[in-house]
Design a protein around this ligand. Structure first.
Ligand SMILES: Nc1nc2c(c(=O)[nH]1)N[C@H]1C(S)=C(S)[C@@H](COP(=O)(O)OP(=O)(O)OC[C@H]3O[C@@H](n4cnc5c(=O)[nH]c(N)nc54)[C@H](O)[C@@H]3O)O[C@H]1N2
Ligand SMILES: Nc1nc2c(c(=O)[nH]1)N[C@H]1C(S)=C(S)[C@@H](COP(=O)(O)OP(=O)(O)OC[C@H]3O[C@@H](n4cnc5c(=O)[nH]c(N)nc54)[C@H](O)[C@@H]3O)O[C@H]1N2
Ligand code: SF4
Ligand SMILES: [Mo]
Length: 568
């Protein structure tokens, strides 16, 4: 590859593709194994974005210099702890975390937890100390891939391409594309994946399929785990999970003596006990000995920064608040970078009520719904005009970004804004950009495998089906092929099965204990009849969701809710 023409896709996606600029066009790199010469429709959309090139104050256009003066003034006159730093994941290059360095030194309140994968991550960590995926080659070498709560062909299309000829099993309430390509599709009821994992464990034991060698060598508490699985009559699982025992027989016939991989997604863990649910699935996998084999294993959203030093991280005594529960109105100044909480944060009504009552600074690349509530808007420059490194939460490969297009003079990179603020406040200088980038480029972390596996030994999970009646629906969301969370396109429909007796184009009012909103119906029989499905990025879906954290990791629990639907 020539020098200085590399472009890393900055979007929040498992694949972390590498591109290169050749004669003014960006092409997918052929040397980067997962990219394999192709970039996707979302990348094409990103190139077509109408990037912000102007600053705004109270709706009026101002110069970049004026916007920086207002920001500095505002920061100087606000008590630091009454300033909230809120970062989204619109760009997940490593250089995006630079701003947190300033806000930590300044004394702002920071957030903790996640709107994304936190619950599941906590569950995996509880069993095996950290969240690291096996090398991608082990996925390529597996015989069977179980796609569990993950929209594999859509959300990691390049990883899928590497393994598309394998035999698949899908566990998802939706008949996704990968479910259609699968030998077995288990159309599970939402929030019952731990029960299915227990049922599998029970079956495995009955058929002597557990991996005693793995359990003896690495396992702690496997007997306790098995005891939980044994506690219930087998048939009772059929009604709760919606999975027939005959499908479970089929499942074991298919995986017997095979090298098995599980690609586990967000779907299983958007609940209050998301960590316990995920740990239960991971424990089933350990019971079978899927871990530590020469092929196969479990792939979740790994800790992509594992094994790297964090060049911007500094110790601080800053207050940290739970991100899903954040009260924007408690702050005098809210600084939002690379996020669109008005769409993507749980409980939209609470978000907009909060943002209405405070001074909001938005630092981003495009005008989004959150900008309607922003007092000050500062344009961040395009990813094509800033240096960066992309690590991946799907695999171990990284991508590099050079500056391939000169930056618009009215915009600023995250590194530039942070350096400027640090200078204005006489704080400790940042490491040089060169040094940071070359550290990431050259450092290859050792991905140590875990030494012991702690099985989950007790479970305390309140199922949603207890509150399910014939009149309400499970609320489920998933990612769309044509958008990246709230970026690029919005699909604002509710998708329902035809058996619900609603019709295409019906206008419905959907309500939950947390709020309500109107939607237009699209009938789609890929959706399980007891579910209402919405794409992530739907402008109204988060009016229905709880601004509450899970039990263990300050993470959002978007699906811990049932909804009622009425013709409007
Ligand atoms: N094209 C595209 N790609 C993306 C994104 C995007 O917006 N668009 N977003 C990126 C981001 S931020 C992330 S975090 C990843 C996430 O990517 P994924 O891990 O694939 O997550 P989701 O699409 O949220 O949900 C996956 C599946 O879980 C199913 N599901 C819902 N509830 C349950 C349940 O209780 N049990 C089971 N078994 N399944 C359930 C849904 O029907 C859905 O098919 O994708 C990334 N990639
Ligand atoms: N109901 C429901 N809600 C969800 C989800 C769900 O599945 N269901 N998914 C959740 C998940 S997994 C995630 S990760 C979150 C995502 O939520 P957010 O992190 O808020 O992501 P987006 O809504 O896509 O907003 C990203 C914004 O970043 C800005 N941006 C892009 N590039 C840059 C850049 O280089 N610099 C700066 N400063 N800004 C930039 C863009 O203008 C864009 O508007 O949403 C969560 N919300
Ligand atoms: S597949 Fe993901 S990483 Fe690759 S170009 Fe598309 S959005 Fe970017
Ligand atoms: Mo995410």
């Amino acid at each position: 590859m020539n020098s200085n023409n590399k472009v890393a896709c900055p979007l929040d996606c498992y694949d972390a593709c590498q591109g290169q600029m050749i004669d003014g066009n960006i092409k997918g790199s052929k040397e980067h194994k997962t990219t394999n010469g192709k970039l996707c429709v979302n990348f094409a959309n990103l190139l077509k974005e109408d990037n912000l090139k102007k600053s705004f104050f109270e709706g009026n256009e101002i110069s970049l210099k004026e916007s920086l003066n207002i920001l500095v003034d505002k920061l100087k006159t606000t008590t630091p702890s009454k300033t909230l730093f809120y970062k989204g994941s619109g760009n997940i290059g490593v250089m995006q975390s630079v701003t947190k360095n300033f806000f930590t030194q300044y004394g702002a309140t920071l957030t903790k937890g996640s709107l994304c994968d936190g619950g599941g991550g906590a569950g995996i960590e509880a069993g095996r100390q950290n969240v690291i995926n096996p090398p991608i080659q082990k996925l390529i070498d597996a015989d069977i891939i179980i796609v569990w709560g993950r929209n594999f062909t859509v959300t990691s299309s390049h990883m899928y391409n590497l393994v598309k000829d394998k035999t698949f099993i899908t566990i998802d309430p939706l008949c996704t594309d990968i479910a259609k390509k699968s030998q077995i599709h288990m159309q599970i009821n939402p929030k019952t994946d731990y029960e299915l994992a227990l049922l599998f464990t029970r079956f495995a034991h009955m058929q002597d399929l557990e991996n005693s060698q793995f359990i003896e060598e690495f396992g702690n508490g496997a007997d306790w785990f098995f005891d939980i699985a044994r506690n219930r009559p087998l048939v009772s699982y059929e009604a709760t999970t919606g999975i027939s025992l005959s499908q479970v027989y089929e499942f074991f016939d298919l995986i017997k003596d095979k090298k098995v991989a599980i690609v586990l997604g967000l779907g299983v863990q958007k609940y209050f006990e998301g960590a316990q649910i995920t740990r239960c699935i991971d424990s089933f996998a350990a019971y079978m000995g899927f871990h530590k084999q020469d092929a196969g294993g479990i792939w979740y959203l790994s800790d992509s920064g594992f094994g790297y030093e964090k060049p911007f991280e500094i110790k601080g005594t800053n207050k940290k608040v739970s991100i899903p529960e954040v009260e924007f109105s408690s702050y005098d100044l809210v600084f939002i970078q690379g996020g669109n909480p008005v769409i993507s944060h749980p409980n939209t009504q609470k978000v907009i009520d909060g943002l209405d009552k405070t001074f909001v600074v938005y630092f981003g690349t495009t005008l989004n719904e959150t900008c309607e509530y922003a007092d000050l808007i500062i344009p961040s420059c395009s990813f094509l005009s800033k240096r960066d490194v992309r690590l991946s939460y799907g695999h171990e490969l990284k991508s590099i970004s050079d500056v391939v297009i000169a930056k618009d003079e009215n915009t600023m990179s995250e590194y530039e804004l942070t350096s400027y603020l640090i200078e204005q406040f006489n704080l400790k200088e940042l490491k040089k950009e060169d040094e940071i980038i070359s550290y990431y480029e050259n450092h290859k972390p050792k991905l140590e495998d875990f030494e012991t596996f702690d099985f989950v030994e007790e479970l305390d999970i309140e199922p949603l089906y207890k509150e399910k009646t014939n009149d309400n629906f499970y609320f489920i969301t998933g990612k769309s092929k044509k958008s990246l969370n709230s970026q690029f396109t919005n699909d604002n429909f509710v998708y329902l099965n035809a058996t619900t007796n609603f019709k295409d184009e019906d206008i419905v009012n959907i309500s939950s204990k947390y709020g309500s909103a109107k939607f237009i119906v699209k009938i789609n029989d890929d959706v399980k009849s007891n579910c209402a499905f919405f794409f992530a990025g739907n402008k109204n879906a988060n009016y229905l969701t709880p601004a509450k954290e899970d039990e263990s990791s300050f993470s959002a629990i978007f699906q811990e809710v049932l909804v009622e639907i009425e013709l409007s």
